[in-house]
Design a protein. Structure first.
Length: 145
């Protein structure tokens, strides 16, 4: 009978540091991006965590590999199809930039890959005509022992 493997999350302090580093890095592409917040009545971008950073491999010397999954949300108030396509395009451009320009996490943490796990797509449409678009990403990094 298969057994489930327990997920080993990184410390809360490391999680916070990774989120801060990723937000700072994303602000290089869009200085107005926020953490876990979208303005209710205007366009904006938000970094959101999918789940806490967790270890994908642990070694005897104390070093480990970890993964940080995140989404980038874009709130738009489009008036036509062109503006909807622009919203998706903006997120896809950000995803391409992220794959080519990895963040500096500091403290002996080295990014090994950043990749999109989805293309930009509509997440929600509200009665007030506000629309939220999303792209999902994964960052893998190593921490020395």
């Amino acid at each position: 009978m298969p057994t489930s493997k327990k997920i080993s999350y990184v410390t809360a302090r490391e999680q916070e540091g990774i989120s801060r580093a990723v937000l700072s890095w994303l602000k290089k592409h869009n200085p107005d991006i926020e953490f876990e917040y979208l303005p209710p009545e205007r366009s904006g971008m938000s970094l959101t965590t999918i789940q806490g950073a967790y270890k994908t491999a642990q070694y005897i010397d104390g070093s480990y590999e970890a993964q940080y999954q995140f989404g980038i949300l874009y709130r738009s108030l489009p008036t036509d199809s062109e503006e909807r396509l622009d919203a998706e395009s903006e997120l896809n451009k950000l995803g391409e930039w992220a794959e080519e320009n990895w963040p500096d996490l500091g403290d002996g943490k080295n990014v090994t890959t950043v990749q999109r796990t989805s293309s930009a797509s509509l997440l929600a449409r509200y009665e007030d005509k506000v629309e939220d678009y999303q792209i999902l990403m994964t960052m893998e990094y190593e921490v020395g022992g």
